[in-house]
Write a protein that binds this ligand. Sequence first.
Ligand code: ATR
Length: 269
Amino acid sequence: MKFAVIGHPIKHSLSPVMHQANFEALGRDDSYEALSIPPKHFHLIKEIMAEKEIDGFNITIPHKERIIPYLDAMDAHAKTIGAINTVKIEDGKWIGYNTDGIGYVQGLKNVYPNLKEARILLIGAGGASKGLAAALNEAADHTLSVANRTMSRFDNWDLKVHTLTLEEAEKQLGDFDIVINTTPAGMSENQDVVIALDHLAPDTLVSDIVYIPYKTPILKLAEAKGNPIYNGLDMFVNQGAESFKIWTGETADTKAMKNTVLQQLQRRD
Ligand code: ATR
């Protein structure tokens, strides 16, 4: 089968090598390529996929919402989120899914097994946050808290969550067992931490959905305080594995996928 990831820019994506590692581990003859599609060429998406005979593809920044009008259907979870990272093409029909949040929660359960009882704070209210919120709402009993710089961002949220300003979140930080940064603040090493961690409780797990850099500023700060930390690498691997399952019905070799990504990251250092 033939798969792809679309984005812009996409040159540095590790998705092709990660999926290739899975195909090899399972002895499959599939292919997976990265396609750079700038927003101004997005209207050609159907022609591009048909010409390349693609069976399924991933979508990354900045097209996760732009793809929606081109779909024939969306699964219920993706509809709640309003963003798509996986498309399956079957008999010419395009079906949209979102595996980001599920991928993150699968990994989180391994480092925080008692997720059901955790009090969780998400920072950020963009597409990535919404994906995590939908998956965490299903996995945890407590109502999720979400903090954002701009409160009007919550206007189009129909998920049941407590909303907070960043200032309120800083003050109430001690009330949470898990704090997850979904904002791009900190993607570059020299950026500031999105909220002050002064009131962080000693055992609170601090997480970031980014894995390049491997330890973002908020993770470094939390680690320096002696807190457990968790980055976005498992989320990346698991969202890919879930996409593969949607496309093929098969279970991916996540170990082979993760090892390959780790090797690539070491090579880049
Ligand atoms: P994504 O799809 O990756 O979530 P997005 O939809 O553009 O991207 O959302 C980015 C999120 O990060 C938003 O919650 C944004 O806050 P605003 O709604 O106030 O814009 C947040 N964000 C980005 N840069 C930030 C910064 N420097 N400090 C705090 N929040 C930031």
